[in-house]
Design a protein around this ligand. Sequence first.
Ligand code: SAM
Ligand code: ZN
Length: 275
Amino acid sequence: MSESLFRCPICRLSLEKRETALICGGGHSFDLAKEGYAHLLPSDKMRAKIPGDSKEMVAARRAFLDSGGYAIFAEALQKIMLTLLPNGGVMLDAGCGEGYYTRAVANAFSQNKKPLKTAAFDISKFAVKSAAKRGGNGIEYAVAGSFDIPVADGCADAVLNIFSPMAQAEFARVLKKGGVLVFAVPSPRHLFGLKQKLYEKPYLNETREAQYDGFILEDRIPARGEITVQNAQIKKLFSMTPYYWKTPQPAAEALYSLDSLTTEIGFDFVVYRRG
Ligand SMILES: C[S@@+](CC[C@H](N)C(=O)[O-])C[C@H]1O[C@@H](n2cnc3c(N)ncnc32)[C@H](O)[C@@H]1O
Ligand SMILES: [Zn+2]
């Protein structure tokens, strides 16, 4: 029996990990699915019937990420997190998807023999199920939303937010004073090669330098590369992007018919310090 990083979503008491459930002192019990994750999203908070990414979106992203197309971002993030948390600590991955970056960071800490306790959550059950199936380095997974995170105030040294909704007030609540929020944003030329195939005059992505209450902008760390994606992976990459939802069908079909696609890719990892 040990204590979970997660808290009871109903009464906020701490949760004990038992073999098949998480149990709070108030008598609430949350079964652990066979993959090892808990469902901590109260049913009245499920605005959509099945919230978050669909099974198909999760499967496409998982297949693309497994192909190594975004490995440069995982490697950059490993270095950033090892630098930000030189003694390890507690990390939350908000909107973790299928846990690609969660696992990368947890693996980097374990390889460097630094203690990192990690809790990762996503509002999509499909994403969490897929992430938990792969387990790894004691990461705890739960179905939960970023706007009502079932963890204690000030419990985290770091919050990761890689392309999931920005819940600044909750992120400020769960971080320790002096903790860090690491936020990914696309670079101006991220996926420019893909956009050139879709649009006559593709625009550069805007670079935003948003200020968030309670946070001090500390750093902006670029990761840039170029990838060549083979035909079978093109649709998977495309379906991870916002263009998938707004591109007319003929342009999408033309993209799928390419043998391969070469494109620049780039993220900036923006680091905010909890003041
Ligand atoms: C673009 S994906 C990124 C997933 C992962 N961070 C990655 O980069 O591989 C966005 C994720 O945010 C999740 N999401 C959407 N709304 C959310 C919310 N309110 N709370 C937590 N996760 C949410 C989706 O289900 C999806 O898995
Ligand atoms: Zn409870």
